[in-house]
Every structure is written in structure tokens, then in C-alpha cells.
Ligand binder design. Structure first.
Ligand code: F6R
Length: 239
């Protein structure tokens, strides 16, 4: 596991962007595993700027996202589908048919098995991750089996509280989601995890220095052969 400590969000976002760009430039047919939330927004801004300035092309890239909320209207601004369009897909030349997010409307058993088929065909060359303050990756909350695959989850209270900032109030935050499982995440060839801010310091300590334990899902990354963790001073203050 490689740990890179950076000064701040801007520096960390640029470093993560450079790794993703390298993957896309060396393989124009790359599969990018993408995340939502505050952590990757700066990375996506760099990708958009670079696409505009240097014409880095995503024409033949396929994307697979980690997760999606359940219970939101299809065009709600906080679905991860809306988030990805707004923050990345609408601004680069990725083809609509090459974009994949788990579907959270309709028969969930069918949605889970459809996403498993997508992931069987498209294993990420690089998977971008944030980490929850409770150590979740994707929406794999503490206690999730390390052997889990795509599944429906009940969001932890901590996660709903952390994410309430994106909604008008806590009641509006979904209680359930569909997420790639931990096994799916581990199948990525390369993993980049970015974390910024003091509320991530405990999770980063557990992830880098703690015991590999299902109570801290991110700790399993210690067992993957190609992981880069990028943290700012606050998130990295305990390692
Ligand atoms: C997002 C995801 C989550 C977030 C995590 C951190 O697709 O799967 O694991 O990466 O909750 O969120 P932020 O970046 O908002 O602190």
C-alpha cells in the first residue's frame, strides 16, 4: 500500500487525477471505477479541465460506479446518476452507452444480478474510492462480509448523518442503497482512495495501521496488491 500525504484537497485531487489520466492515456479502452461524494469532485474537475485543454479522450472508456441511493426520484439532483452527469459525464466525451451505475428502481434482485453481469464484463483498470468516517467503502458499512458482491444495504445512521449535508434535512436522506460489494472492489487492477479532513482521520488510521477487520471495511485494502491512499494533513494526522 502506497500512502501519499498532501498539503490539501487541491494537491490530492491533482495527484489522483494524474494516476487516472495515465491509465486512460496508456489504454484508451480502460474501465474506470468511479465514486461520488465530496472527495472525488476535485479529481473530476481536473479531468474536465484536462479534457478541454489537452483533448484527453474518453470516447472508448467504460465507467462503472460504486453505488446508488434507493428511493429517490429518477431525476432527483442527489441521485448518484445526477451527481455523475453534473460533475463529470456531461463535460467529457464518454459515450452514454458506456456509462454504468447500479439501477435502484424496480426489481432489486434483477438490478443486483444485472450489475453483476456488467461488472463481470468490465473489471476496473482503476477504481477510485472515498472512505466513510466509519470506514465504509462503496456503501459497504461496518460488518459487511469481505466476500460480499453487489447487494442492497441499509445505510448506517452515521452515513446518513454525514450525507445529510446534501439534503434539506435528515429525513430526506435515503435509508437504503445498492452497492458493489467488497469482492467487486478488490477485483479492480488498481485502487486509489482519497480522503480529506479531520473526520476521516480514524478511518485512515484503521485502514493503514489497524487490523484487517470487517468492522472497518476499508482495512481489507491492505490485502490488495496495488493501492494508493492519498490523504491531506488532517485525514493523515494519525498515521
Ligand atoms: C460514494 C461512496 C462512498 C463515499 C464516502 C465518502 O460513491 O461510495 O463510500 O466515497 O461516503 O464520502 P465523501 O467523499 O462525501 O466524504
Amino acid at each position: 500500500m502506497k500512502v501519499i500525504k498532501v498539503k490539501d484537497y487541491a494537491e490530492g485531487s491533482y495527484k489522483a487525477f494524474e494516476i487516472i489520466k495515465e491509465v486512460v492515456v496508456s489504454n484508451p479502452n480502460a474501465v474506470l471505477g468511479l465514486a461520488t461524494g465530496s472527495s472525488p469532485i476535485g479529481i473530476y474537475k481536473n479531468m474536465i479541465q484536462d479534457h478541454q485543454d489537452n483533448k484527453t479522450s474518453y470516447e472508448n472508456v467504460t465507467t462503472v460506479n460504486l453505488d446508488e441511493y434507493m428511493g429517490l426520484e429518477k431525476d432527483h439532483p442527489e441521485t448518484y446518476d445526477s451527481f455523475m452527469r453534473r460533475n463529470l459525464f456531461d463535460h467529457i466525451n464518454v459515450k452514454a452507452e458506456n456509462i454504468n451505475l447500479p439501477c435502484s428502481i424496480g426489481d432489486m434482485e434483477e438490478n443486483v444480478s444485472k450489475y453483476e453481469s456488467v461488472l463481470a464484463k468490465h473489471k476496473p483498470d482503476v477504481q477510485l474510492l472515498g472512505v466513510g468516517s466509519n470506514g465504509h467503502i462503496g456503501f459497504n458499512e461496518p460488518g459487511t462480509s469481505f466476500t460480499s458482491r453487489t447487494h442492497v444495504v441499509t445505510l448506517a445512521e452515521k452515513t446518513r448523518l454525514d450525507n445529510a449535508r446534501f439534503f434539506n434535512n435528515l429525513d430526506e436522506v435515503p435509508t437504503h442503497a445498492i452497492t458493489m460489494g467488497i469482492q467487486n472492489i478488490l477485483e479492480a487492477k488498481k485502487i486509489i482512495l482519497v480522503a480529506f479532513g479531520a473526520n476521516k482521520a480514524n478511518a485512515i488510521y484503521g485502514l493503514v495501521k489497524g487490523e484487517v477487520n470487517e468492522n472497518l471495511p476499508a482495512s481489507i485494502l491492505q490485502k490488495h496488491h496495488d493501492v494508493t491512499i492519498i490523504v491531506d494533513e488532517e485525514a493523515g494526522s494519525k498515521i
